[in-house]
Structures are given as C-alpha cells and as structure tokens.
Design a protein around this ligand. Sequence first.
Ligand SMILES: [Zn+2]
Length: 144
Amino acid sequence: MTEHGDPYGHGDVPRGLCEALGVPTEEFISTVGLFRRVHVHHSEGEWWGSGEPLQVLIGVSGDSEAVVASPKFEWSGQELLLHAADPDPAQRNEQLDRQLNEITKKRRKAFRYCRQCRTVTAPEHRNTGPDICDSCAARNGTVF
Ligand SMILES: [Zn+2]
C-alpha cells in the first residue's frame, strides 16, 4: 500500500489527474498506463510522463483541467529542460487513448538506435550526430 492507497503499489499514479479525468485509479492504469511525475519547466500545473525515453505527457492545469502534451526538451547549458509542447485538453476514454497514441507515435519517430550501444535514443541525447548517443560520443572523447 502506498500513501494513496493504491493496491497495485504504483506510487506515482496521478491521483489528482484521475480526479480531473473522472476515472478511478485502477481504470486509469488499465486503460491509459503507468505514468511518473515529471517536472515541466515554467509550468504551474502538475505533470506526469510515460515511456523511456519519455514519450507522452499528461497534466493537470491550475484549474484542474486534464491536458495532454508532447514532451519537448531543450538544453540550457548542462541542464536539460522539459517543456510540454502542443498541449490539448484531454479527451475521455477511448479518445484519450487515441490522443496519447498519436503523441507517442510522433515522438517515437524521432527516436534512433545508437550505432555503438544500440540504445534507443531521443533527439535531445544525440547532440553530435543523428545515430550516436551523447554517452558514446563522450566516451569517444567529445567534450560537451
Ligand atoms: Zn550509445
């Protein structure tokens, strides 16, 4: 049991979000999936993200409206800032599922396998070339 009384032990299940969407937590997990808390730069709402690398965002605005968005990263010096791009009011049920799938599909198109470590890599971690991740580039001697 977590502090939210979640029987599945998924402590990150967005309770406030489930309330904004009007769905029980269990239903959220079984239909929408598992999300974890993420920090969106300069945002007043609360946000959760899903996927590794991050593929989709869902949030609750200050006035308790559920919103979906695409994760967009921006480097600020050595810090990687997350932005919620193209936010849209979250639909309900199957439409929400479709919304999330569309965002996910678009984001995945930008993923590449690193040619050295074969890890799926998002564009924000391929700063030296389209098919090499930053970790491998650093091992190869690139200084960021
Ligand atoms: Zn690599």
